[in-house]
Design a protein around this ligand. Structure first.
Ligand code: CO
Ligand code: CO
Length: 348
């Protein structure tokens, strides 16, 4: 792929604008006044992917927003990734995106055509999602940032929440793991063309199809795997459901060469933060270090993590295959009863 150097300095600088750690967030958010509305179906309390408000017995409104600094040098691809990532939170709630608004920060010193490409990438993903782009807001800032606020709809009874996992459920993840590690290898100019191609295709791909296929089944719980990594988001799901998620590190699909890059030490700072905050919830005996790095690796525009009954797991996986999901879905483990004082995540 042609290297576009215009955003390169921005992606290099973007480390300082990484996601705020979960500990800081929970401390600050915990001090905010509490809101109550009987129509609020999902609020801030359960750290779910989006807020949900019941409009009628048949219609729930889903509201979310997400934005970040460039993760790749190509502005058009960055726009696609940021939009796919923001839209994903609506899919993770079992909803259909309807209206999107741009959130933009852009420096005066960069060529405006770069901004045009970022927005074009985002707009194309909004169109692919079947939603409409209806405006937005932009400010001038030293480091570019882009994302969307998305409004979607779902049936109030068909929402996918991040809790409700039942013991014996099968855990399915709809995209491979290790995008942060591959991106770090890309910045270090060590990534293979194949790894680069695969990770870009995955980060730009919508979770739309995965959500549509899953609708025919009984999804007990769902979230998308993003900045806190497989373990961080899995831990939130397990804690909210009061179960243990048993993840089989050898069954998980990783991006091409991601294991090699993890072994070589291309591990982003976010993975260490995720590890620091989640380690005490994780039981891992004799698990090789590179798997730990991959499971703590922050994912950009990652897949949907679904908890589905054992009886339905096989047919949903076949369905994913038949409908030609753009990304590779894999069974990554199962849900177990949590023993008293048991950990939330067990790696085998
Ligand atoms: Co999410
Ligand atoms: Co999000």
């Amino acid at each position: 792929m042609m290297k576009d150097i215009r955003l390169t300095q921005m992606t290099k600088a973007s480390g300082c604008a990484a996601k705020i750690g979960p500990n800081i967030l929970s401390e600050v958010l915990g001090k905010l006044p509490k809101f109550y509305d009987e129509r609020m179906l999902v609020g801030i309390e359960t750290s779910d992917d989006a807020a949900v408000y019941k409009i009628t017995e048949d219609i729930a409104l889903i509201q979310t927003l997400d934005f970040f600094t460039p993760v790749v040098d190509d502005p058009y691809i960055f726009g696609q990734i940021a939009a796919a990532n923001a839209l994903s939170d609506v899919y993770a709630m079992g909803g259909e995106p309807k209206i999107a608004l741009n959130i933009v920060a852009f420096p005066n010193c960069l060529d405006p055509s770069i901004l045009g490409e970022i927005l074009a990438g985002g707009a194309d993903k909004v169109r692919e999602a079947g939603a409409v782009l209806a405006g937005g807001h932009s400010i001038q800032d030293d480091v570019p940032k882009y994302g969307l606020s998305v409004t979607g709809f779902a049936h109030p009874k068909k929402l996918y929440k991040n809790y409700g996992c039942k013991p014996e459920d099968i855990l399915i993840l709809t995209k491979p793991v290790g995008s942060g590690i591959v991106n770090t290898a890309i910045k270090g100019e060590c990534a293979s063309d194949e790894a680069l191609k695969q990770v870009l295709a995955s980060m730009t791909s919508l979770n739309k199809k995965a959500k549509e296929v899953s609708e025919k089944y009984h999804i007990h719980a769902c979230t998308d795997v993003t900045g806190f990594g497989v373990i961080g988001h899995g831990r939130e799901m397990a804690a909210a459901s009061d179960v243990t998620l048993e993840l089989d590190v050898h069954k998980i699909t990783y991006f091409e060469n991601a294991i090699d890059y993890a072994k070589m030490g291309f591990v982003p700072a976010g993975a260490y933060n995720n590890r620091k905050h989640n380690e005490r919830f994780v039981e891992a005996r004799n698990i090789e270090e590179h798997f730990m790095d991959l499971l703590y690796d922050p994912q950009t525009s990652g897949g949907l993590l679904m908890s589905v009954s054992k009886e339905e797991a096989e047919s949903i996986m076949e369905d994913f295959e038949k409908k030609h999901l753009d990304t590779k879905a894999s069974v990554i483990g199962q849900v177990c009863k949590r023993e008293p004082d048991g950990k939330y995540i067990r790696l085998i």
